[in-house]
Structures are given as structure tokens and as C-alpha cells.
Design a protein around this ligand. Structure first.
Ligand code: PLP
Length: 411
């Protein structure tokens, strides 16, 4: 193999036109599922059709009694906030490093968000959460970043000890588990975004819970009228609100639910292929001094299979992370990427705003990036995990490109 990089006039490692990641796989069976749904119903007001089928399949997939669908993960997180009973004056501990929607619905309501630091996987820990606890904290939300599960036994023990509600943002963690227990089953409620995630509905979100009460409240915060009137216990103190709900509607579309149902029927195949791809990179990058896969220690957790995260070791390289990425892109590995939207969110003005009726008035934002977040964010890059027929050329090409560039830039 030549050592001349494509950026320096050598041959490209990978010659496949982009885009290099398209999800879900649009095949005949998905087109047929959507065609059938088009004729079946474009709007369901209750759970007797595809929405109920999708929710039941999702609950079985996670292993929880209840799954309630929403128009987006963000809407579902907002419902969790309201179900948790959080209000201005209360506080929640959230990751400083995450996609902002983990915390933005709390900011919308003027709830104080206290930001916890990240470990070497980009995740909050019981320790970094404990550092933020103060008397008005009522809940904790964690994100299993990029697919690596948080250390949930320790976090759950902390929340139980302090009497805090535990919420999980499982948007990256559809296939994740910690100590043999599925992500999304440790807390009081969990949300899975299904926007372009391992299980996707195009746009959408799912709230899962073991609690019958939280399930009914989730209906009230997302699905008014018919579903609430037929599915909420008439004896519940909030039943009088069933007709109007709490005022808002956040239903998923029937076509989105049909895509989700189609995906869930293939979840085992998606998981098997994605795990193989992940293993290929873990093995193929073994001993690479410049980039190493970001993963929880073997045996402790299963990866959620959202993307493959990589750590760039600048101390072992003659180039910066961005220069490394540019060299990979020149090799044809277009989707080696340092994420822009998922980053430290602790300084965002949304979180300094504590009056929900004064939307554009923020307080003073005073924020130094936490040390774990700085280290993780400054060294992280990612590649797709693919997981569909015909992805082998991309898997091999990206691995070859990463190793070729490493060979040229390692100290
Ligand atoms: C960690 C995380 N939380 C929440 C969300 C929000 O989900 P949605 O885009 O479905 O509203 C996302 C979306 O990318 C996410 O990555």
C-alpha cells in the first residue's frame, strides 16, 4: 500500500460517491409498508392502528410495560419534565456535554439546569452528578453519549439515596445496556429520539416507563381527546383534563410509526450488522496510536450502536484533529467528522433564563467549560456505523483510510 496520502497526490483509499450514510435502508419492503399505511390511515386519533402497534413493539424492544410515541424526542423530553412536576425554582442536573435537546425543554420552562461533567466516554457519572446537587434539585437526566452507556447502577443508587427522579435520554442508546440491563430501564422514565437514529421514524420520539401513572400523564402531555378519554383511568385525579389534555398535541405521524414498526421488525438484523461493524473498527484500530474507539470497558456495557466514536490522541500525531479529518476526507472517507451540534451546552443563554414568560431575556451566562467536557470534546470524532447490505466497501474503506492517515501522521 502506498504511503503517499491522497491530499499529497497519492491515490484515494475510497472511491465511493457520497452520501456515505443513508438511513433507514429504503428497500421494497419499506416502500410497501408505507404504501399500505397510506391507504390505511394518515392520521390516527387513538392507538387502535399503527401507532398502537408501533408503541407495543417498541415497549417489547426495550423490555418495559409502556411506550408512548411523540412527534419528536424533544417533545417527549418536555413531557418528561412536566410529568416529573418540575417548575421554575426547581433544578435538574443534566450533562454539560450532550445534544442540547436533552436539556432545552427544561430551559423552555424556566427550570434551573445544573451541568455535570463528562468522563472519558463523554458521559456523566454518579460523582459528577453529585458535585452539582443542591437543595432544589428534583431530578437528574443522563444521556448515553454516542451509544456508550452511563454507569447506571451507580447513578441509580445516587438518585435513590437522594430521592431524585432519574430520567434517561436514550437517543443514542437504542441497543445499549449496562451490566446486562437495557438502557431506558434504569430510571423513572426514558426517551428515545427516533430522528435518524438506530431505530428511526424519520422524525419522532418515544417515552418509556414502568409507571402506569406516568404513562397516563404522558398521554395527557402529548395526545389529547380520544386517546386520553379511552386510555386514562376515569378514577385518576387528572381525568377531567382528558378531553383537552394539558393543551398541546405532539402525536407522531402514522407514516412515521409505520417506518418505526418496519425497523423494529428488523431490529435483530440491524443490531447484528452494526455490532459486526463496530467490532471491525475496534479490532482494526487496535494498537493505532492516533485514534482509538471510545467504548465502555468490555463486559460492563453494550454499545447503543448509534455511531462509532473515536478519540484523537494529539500527543501522538504531527497534525491537529481537524487536519487529520481533512486528510481522511481527502482519502474519500467523507464522513469522518468532529460533531458541531453536540457539544458543551452549559453556556447557552437558554439555560440562564428562568422566567418562562420572558422568552428572550437571559440572565448572565458565566461558564468555564468543565475539564472532562473540554478533554472529551476536544479529542472526539465519529464515523457512521452503517449496518445495511452493501456497507462492506465503506467499512473497509474507512478503516483503511484511518489507518493510512495514521501511518503518515503518527509521531
Ligand atoms: C441526545 C439527544 N437528545 C435529544 C435529541 C432530540 O431528539 P429529536 O431530534 O427527535 O427532537 C437528540 C436528537 O438528535 C439527541 O441526539
Amino acid at each position: 500500500m502506498t504511503t503517499t496520502l491522497a491530499a499529497h497526490g497519492g491515490p484515494r483509499t475510497l472511491n465511493v460517491d457520497g452520501p456515505h450514510y443513508q438511513w433507514p435502508t429504503v428497500d421494497d419492503s419499506l416502500e410497501e409498508a408505507l404504501r399500505v399505511q397510506l391507504h390505511r390511515s394518515l392520521s390516527d386519533r387513538d392507538a387502535r392502528g399503527v401507532i398502537g402497534e408501533y408503541e407495543r413493539a417498541f415497549a417489547a424492544f426495550v423490555g418495559v410495560p409502556h411506550a408512548i410515541s411523540f412527534a419528536s424526542g424533544t417533545a417527549a423530553i418536555h413531557a418528561m419534565s412536566r410529568i416529573a412536576g418540575l417548575k421554575p425554582g426547581d433544578a435538574i442536573v443534566a450533562p454539560a456535554y450532550t445534544f442540547f435537546a436533552t436539556a432545552s425543554p427544561f430551559g423552555f420552562d424556566g427550570i434551573q439546569v445544573l451541568f455535570a461533567d463528562a468522563d472519558t466516554c463523554g458521559n456523566v457519572t454518579a460523582q459528577t452528578i453529585a458535585q452539582q446537587l443542591q437543595s432544589n434539585v428534583k431530578a437528574v437526566i443522563v444521556t448515553h453519549m454516542w451509544g456508550n452507556p452511563c454507569r447506571m447502577d451507580e447513578i441509580a443508587a445516587l438518585c435513590t439515596e437522594r430521592g431524585l427522579l432519574l430520567l434517561e435520554d436514550c437517543s443514542h442508546a437504542h441497543f445499549a445496556s449496562w451490566s446486562g440491563q437495557r438502557a431506558g430501564t434504569f430510571g423513572d422514565m426514558a426517551v428515545f429520539s427516533t430522528n435518524q437514529k438506530a431505530i428511526t421514524t424519520g422524525e419522532g420520539g418515544m417515552l418509556v416507563t414502568r409507571s402506569d401513572r406516568f404513562r397516563e400523564l404522558a398521554l395527557l402531555y402529548g395526545h389529547y381527546n380520544k386517546r386520553c378519554l379511552t386510555e386514562i383511568d376515569p378514577g385518576a385525579e387528572f381525568y377531567p383534563f382528558a378531553f383537552t389534555g394539558m393543551g398541546l398535541k405532539h402525536r407522531i405521524t402514522t407514516l412515521g410509526a409505520a417506518i418505526g414498526l418496519h425497523q423494529l421488525a428488523r431490529a435483530d438484523d440491524i443490531q447484528a450488522r452494526r455490532r459486526t461493524v463496530l467490532d471491525t473498527f475496534v479490532k482494526g484500530l487496535d494498537g493505532n496510536p492516533v485514534i482509538t474507539p471510545v467504548s465502555t470497558p468490555a463486559g460492563q456495557g453494550e454499545h447503543g450502536l448509534y455511531v462509532i466514536g473515536l478519540r484523537f490522541h494529539v500527543e501522538n500525531a504531527t497534525v491537529t484533529r481537524q487536519e487529520f479529518i481533512d486528510l481522511c476526507v481527502a482519502e474519500g472517507a467523507h464522513e469522518v467528522d468532529a460533531p458541531g451540534s453536540t457539544r458543551d451546552i452549559s453556556g447557552e443563554p437558554l439555560f440562564a433564563r428562568h422566567d418562562p414568560f420572558a422568552p428572550w431575556q437571559s440572565g448572565h451566562v458565566e461558564q468555564a467549560m468543565l475539564p472532562g467536557v473540554r478533554a472529551f470534546q476536544g479529542s472526539f470524532l465519529k464515523i457512521p456505523i452503517w449496518g445495511y447490505p452493501g456497507d462492506q466497501e465503506l467499512v473497509e474503506g474507512y478503516l483503511a483510510a484511518l489507518n493510512k492517515v495514521t501511518g503518515a501522521v503518527s509521531r
